[in-house]
Design a protein around this ligand. Sequence first.
Ligand code: OGA
Ligand code: NI
Length: 328
Amino acid sequence: MTMPPSRRLEFSEVPVVDIGPLVKGGPTHARDTVAALAKACNEVGFIQVINHGVPRDALERLIDEAARFFAQPLEERLKVAIENSPQFRGYLPLKYKGEIDEGDNLQEAFIIFHERPLSDTCPMYGPNQWPQGMPGFKRAMLDYFVVVEQLARAMLPGFAAALELSHDFFAPLFNDSMMMLKLNHYPAQDAPEHVKEIGVVGHSDSGAFTILWQDDVGGLEILNKSGEWVVVPPIRGAYVINLGNIMQIWTNGRFSSTPHRVINRYGRDRYSIPLFVNPNYETVVKPLFGDAPADFTPFISGDYQRSVYRRIYPQRPSLALNATPAGQ
Ligand code: OGA
Ligand code: NI
């Protein structure tokens, strides 16, 4: 796959956007919000949003439960290891590695998606794994999934309006969305010795966009045109929303999927909770307007995501073999 090129962006901070009008009244009643969103997507690819409508109590319950989960003995966490799930659900241990060695991610995580019946055409469909004896953890994660998904769906007409598309343009591409909810835990790291020994190495997100809650520790950094890593400061009560590769492709490079990384150099454990908003499995991804790069080939969203997960997340060798799609 060739991506439409990223314009190299010159920014020094992440804009804060009040999305209250968009969430409450839709784009027709949110002209200023849509204009600010369009500008931020063009110029930075990252925004911090306030007045997003996600209730604080659902988030706080999940933060507590996440800390309890990561405090379980490793042996317990490994009972739901992602390497046993062909659909990439469950626990991701520290320094995980998939097919490629990207460096040591000093991040552990827990991943769920919506549950759908196993399917040959959509091989990412399937069941979640849940830790035994932690019903509050499961409930908190599923409850939060509902409210953060509402925010994701409220953003879709905002992005459409920002691109001068009809406001309901994106909705059908997400009605069976492959969105992934992930809990991240980054142990404190005194002195990273080397660029590959950090929380998460520099990357861009693969999907359409990401809605990220980060705690007040700090550590998220994004790359600008001059090659500087610009910090995304924690703002209490705000969410970070950033664009992913699929949005960059859809917009033929107008919106940017900006590279970012995490280094937790602040002496305390850091937690974050991204919702990766991915289209339906079978969505064919290609630029929505303008001429695609000559060597661009349209691709199936779910197959692309799955190839990304296989590169970065571990799979038991027998699963990895079964998981190889025909022809690859
Ligand atoms: C990610 C990511 C940032 C963070 O999981 O893709 O970039 O702050 N996370 O945890
Ligand atoms: Ni990311």
